[in-house]
Design a protein around this ligand. Structure first.
Ligand code: ADP
Ligand code: MG
Ligand code: ZN
Length: 621
């Protein structure tokens, strides 16, 4: 709504009127205060008697001579001067002379008019202030795009989308997601040389959907297309479409596309499109009108422009499975590009991109970092190098060394470093717990190698055992999962054997969660139990996000009991085996705990070297 006097009046009139009446009711009596002070009254006749007795000290005449407030003293008034109100008859000419004769202090207040004026001013003051206040409010809300005033001016969006004339990002800045990049190189050609395609009758795609986990470079990639094609970049986040008022989202979509058409060729980027593009009519508590209207508007807009106007809509989501199918049909987001967590090679090239502007010591090989960071997204890797640079600067060093990088990785994975505990029983218990994990992991041939064991707390953990992550494994064997379960049980098992049942602590709760989840997945998803090769549960069954509340557990109660039994059996078996390993290696464990308490951190190689003096370490698979 634009600020105009008409609108202003419309808004403020009812408010002003309301306040006017409140004002009248509340404040008018105060304005007439003088007339009302004298609560006690007296008849004219009595007043004259008082006058004759000489008890009247002062007379103030109000109301054009209709009312008088007198100050009098007398036995009836307890010999105190009191103000008394007297109604005067309309015709009382003798009064003035009588007053004069008795030498009474007389004051006439013929100011009915002035009082009325003051009353009027008083009555108007408040509404005037109110109007001024309202004007300020409107001014404020039309200058800023947020804040409390926003509610007053809904309807027309105030450019909630951003426009970048030049993103300054090129394909070279994007690494490790080569397939997605290739797909997009073609789109750059669409934008730069549309005639190549239009002459042969090809339709330029309107929408591209980028699907991938957070931090994999979706936004970056979209910007890179705009940068490469040298066209403006409009961006808005799906969550910004959905507002308190129904219809606002739809009007924002209209605005966005209007602006985009004015600036074609250009890229329109809709981040988090799942916030608006979710399957319609689903979710707990029914559909969301506002969201659906916004989505409908988006669909209309996408149908509304011809493929060759040079607008390409790029949307990003990490949940393509919950998108409304209407969005995905041809003519809308018909191209879908997966952007995945990078593999080793991808990580290496992303590290190379981000290492360019950093001083990294020559002995640091990006190879090693890439190897240590499976599962890291592009954003994680960028963050990792930045953290390492910050640590280096904090230590006043010239170059980033492996030390800082290691530290940064640990920090990203496990949180901030805390201060080590002083030697105590609980430190000893934590040491046994961690060595328990580490030794079980080392002695199982299907378990990853220990990278280091430390008693320096980080994040929530009071001690940590790091394992060298296996490289980008996507197929995991049953033996490996079981080894993982045993490794995770190693901590609790060591507590049990060394300190006894009564002394075990809550420290293993996280381990136990993982153990249970792994065992459950073995049974219900991977078909790795006696129930057989059945898939009984979906990976993801969150009714708040997905396609309604379908029941994802497709099994009977009978099977449910069997599942629980299988999970129990797997964990029992692993627990027994883990206890065995701890018992059989008690001597080594005691020795390792002493070393750990003294040194706080044992490196993986040293750890294996100590163990190998006592027992044989199996060759890892
Ligand atoms: P997304 O939109 O997928 O969540 P972003 O594009 O916002 O991720 O990535 C955040 C940051 O992470 C980028 O600005 C960039 O610094 C870094 N990054 C992510 N992926 C890559 C990549 N593939 N190559 C280079 N840098 C990347
Ligand atoms: Mg993003
Ligand atoms: Zn543990």
């Amino acid at each position: 709504m634009k600020l105009s006097w008409k609108n202003l009046l419309l808004w403020s009139l009812p408010i002003i009127i309301t306040f006017f009446f409140i004002w009248q009711g509340l404040f008018a009596p105060i304005a007439n205060e003088n007339n009302n002070i004298a609560n006690s009254r007296m008849t004219y006749g009595r007043f004259l008697e008082y006058l004759d007795m000489g008890w009247v000290k002062k007379v103030d005449i109000y109301d054009s001579g209709h009312t008088a407030i007198i100050e009098a003293v007398g036995p009836e008034l307890g010999n105190r001067i009191q103000k008394i109100r007297v109604e005067l008859p309309t015709n009382a000419p003798e009064l003035i002379s009588k007053l004069k004769k008795n030498n009474v202090d007389l004051d006439a207040h013929p100011s009915k008019n002035t009082i009325a004026i003051w009353n009027l001013v008083g009555n108007l003051l408040f509404p005037i202030l109110l109007i001024i206040g309202l004007i300020f409010l409107f001014r404020r809300s039309s200058n800023t795009s947020g804040g409390p005033g926003q509610a007053m001016s809904f309807g027309k969006s105030k450019a909630l989308f951003q426009m970048e004339a030049k993103t300054g990002i090129v394909f070279e800045d994007v690494a490790g997601i080569d397939e997605a990049k290739e797909e997009f190189e073609e789109i750059v050609t669409f934008l730069k040389k549309p005639e190549y395609f239009t002459t042969v009758g090809a339709k330029i795609p309107k929408g591209v959907l980028l699907i991938g986990p957070p931090g994999t470079g979706k936004t970056l990639l979209a910007k890179a297309i705009a940068g490469e094609a040298d066209v403006p970049f409009f961006s808005i986040s799906g969550s910004e479409f959905v507002e308190m008022f129904v219809g606002v989202g739809a009007s924002r979509v209209r605005d966005l596309f209007k602006k985009a058409k004015e600036n074609a060729p250009c890229i329109v980027f809709i981040d988090e499109i799942d916030a608006v593009g979710r399957q319609r009519g689903t979710g707990i508590g029914g559909g969301n009108d506002e969201r659906e209207q916004t989505l409908n508007q988006l669909l209309t807009e996408m149908d509304g422009f011809e493929g060759n106007t040079g607008i390409i809509v790029i949307a990003a989501t990490n949940r393509a499975d919950i998108l409304d199918s209407a969005l995905l049909r041809p003519g809308r987001f018909d191209r879908q590009v997966m952007v995945n967590i990078p593999d080793f090679k991808g990580r290496l090239s992303i590290l190379q991109v981000h290492a360019k502007n950093k001083k990294i010591n020559k002995d640091v090989s990006l190879n090693i970092i890439a190897r240590r960071t499976p599962g890291f997204s592009g954003a994680d890797l960028a963050n990792l190098l930045n953290e390492a640079a910050i640590l280096t600067a904090r230590k006043h060093k010239e170059n980033i060394t492996l030390n800082e990088i290691d530290n940064a990785i640990d920090r990203i994975v496990a949180g901030m470093e805390g201060t080590p505990l002083i030697d105590s029983k609980s430190k000893r218990l934590i040491a046994y717990h961690e060595i328990g994990h580490a030794i079980v992991g080392t002695l199982l041939k299907d378990h990853e190698n220990v990278q280091k064991v430390t008693l320096i707390p980080r994040g929530q953990a009071r001690g940590l055992t790091w394992f060298t992550p296996a490289e980008d494994q996507n197929l995991i064997s049953r033996a490996q999962i079981k080894a993982k379960i045993m490794g995770a049980l190693g901590g609790r098992a060591a507590e049990e054997i060394v300190f006894g049942d009564a002394e075990v602590t809550t420290g293993a709760s996280n381990d136990l969660q993982q153990v249970t989840s792994m065992a459950r997945q073995m049974v219900t998803r991977f078909g790795m139990s006696k129930i057989g090769p059945l898939s009984l549960e979906n990976e993801d069954s969150n009714p708040f996000l997905g396609r309604g509340m379908q029941n994802s557990n497709e099994y009977s109660d009978e099977i449910a009991i069997k599942i629980d039994k299988q999970i129990y059996d797997i964990i029992q078996e692993c627990h027994q085996k883990t206890l065995e390993i701890i018992k059989n290696n008690r001597v080594i464990i005691d020795k390792l705990v002493n070393i750990l308490i003294e040194k706080e951190t044992i490196d993986g190689n040293e750890f294996r070297q100590i163990i190998s003096q006592y027992t044989e370490i199996p060759e890892k698979n």
